[in-house]
Design a protein. Sequence first.
Length: 395
Amino acid sequence: MGNNTLTSYFAPTKVTFGKGAENEVGKALAKEGATRVLVHYGSDRIVKNGFLKKILSLIDAEGIYHVELGGVVPNPRLSLAKKGIELYKKEKLDFILAIGGGSVIDSAKCIAYGTCYDGDVWDIYTKKHTPVKANPIGCILTMAAAGSEMSDSSVITNEEGNLKRGSNSDYVRLRFALENPELTMSLPPYQTAAAVVDIMMHTMERYFVEETLPLSQEFAFTLCREVMKAGQKAIENPEDYDARATIMWASSVSHNGFMALGNSTRGDWASHQIEHELSGMYDVAHGAGLAVIWPAWARFVLPKMKDKIALFGYNVFGISPSGDKEADSIVCIEKMEEFYKSIGMPVRIKDMGINATDEELETMAEKCSFFSTRKVGDVVKLGKEEILEIYRLAR
């Protein structure tokens, strides 16, 4: 490699993985010194099926006080996180336990930031304030997709303006993650498929950069191949433990920094940034939005990225080299679209039942470019006009 860029890998989260991992929650909290816990979760499903009651009894067994805050939805809302911040302070809590997937964990991270900051927590997501502390978090993972259980990232949606913004810092890396693949077996096929796309994209964003360490590159190819196979198996048989375990562990590994080590940058992230505005405006599943955006992004950047796209196609889809990398890249993009369709994912905005107007595309491009004040991407820097063209290709 001919670059001098430093990349780092920091994974302080203790992962307990396998059947019954959630049963360790009381001991895990006690080991962290938690005495007053905010239990944060999403839908009423875990209330109705008795899972929440089970977890609370395990916490009670350790003599730990707790209060609950549910209601997290996909593309988690700033307003609920602010309620959590108020509740945490009012109850003088000292730990947050997230029960759910990436949305719940990201909401918990927002609360963890906000309880250590006297200003508006949204300042952290708009980069007006750099966090210097966050309260501790742990999780019981019930949906594997976002990788938030081991990442430094958090994404939150501000309903005022439908702005979806992210923040990254090591302060919100979880103290522990309890991962039982069985807890994901009840997920609907669409959610499983969207999770597969999100997991793959976290690795692909780190692969599609100027230079990749050969070993990290091989890890990326293997993860994508295995997650694709596992996703199809899990959709066909939701109770396939090995498939669910592969997806769950890949979720954690794909987004904890491991896949970027030795590469020229920490990732491209243009597809993610462009998708954030799509799900911010239309409230679609993040993974589904990525399935729509990535092919459009790949076609747009193909002239500069054809070597990497073709190599991805050779190693992930088994495409035979034709001697024409541009043609092979096109085949790779088409193969990816075929895979997305095979698991029930959209490949165009219209496939989600959305008739995006020119004005809406313009608005999304404006927001993504921070009103023409930034460009996104690594090898190919994308400003407002380039982002707009990608939205048009995706429509």
